[in-house]
Write a protein that binds this ligand. Structure first.
Ligand code: RB5
Length: 151
């Protein structure tokens, strides 16, 4: 599985840590920046990763800023992206089972590295349940069609 990862300065350290964890597990990781922890703007990196997911270049995306909130807002404005801001294991599981989230958003100032790595692992290995949840996602996609026609 190909995974794109990005952060801002507040998420940089956690991004670097998670990148190593992913590589250890054999995932192909595309780091879309930043290259260091100099002050940077989260929308730029959220859009890079979200477009990589939306275009199909990668199957999943991981974003990290201070709280994850800014990244999550931006990512969900990109067609086909279902970004989930996750702070615990239950959220990670549910975001996959029910929502088929394709972008995981974490807060570098919110979640310890070890827990973040566990969340990421659970998120990558939990399958989507389908069934009634598929119908709900179809409704999101229908709404996306209307939004993207307008913009
Ligand atoms: C940066 O200071 C901070 O605002 C950003 O990382 C993020 O938490 C926004 O939601």
């Amino acid at each position: 599985m190909k995974i794109a990862i990005g952060s801002d300065h507040a998420g940089y350290e956690l991004k670097e840590f998670l990148k190593k964890e992913l590589k250890k597990k054999g995932y192909e990781v595309i780091d879309l920046g930043p290259e260091n922890n100099s002050v940077s703007d989260y929308p730029e990196y959220a859009l890079r990763v979200s477009h990589a997911v939306s275009s199909g270049e990668v199957q999943r995306g991981v974003l990290v800023c201070g709280t994850g909130i800014g990244m999550c807002i931006v990512a969900n404005k990109v067609k086909g992206v279902r970004a989930a801001l996750v702070y615990d294991l239950y959220g990670a599981i549910q975001s996959r089972k029910h929502v088929d989230s394709n972008v995981l958003v974490l807060g570098g100032r919110m979640t310890a590295k070890e827990l973040a790595a566990e969340i990421l692992n659970v998120w990558l290995t939990t399958p989507f349940e389908g069934g009634r949840h598929k119908e709900r996602i179809k409704k999101i996609e229908e709404w996306e069609e209307i939004c993207f026609l307008k913009s």
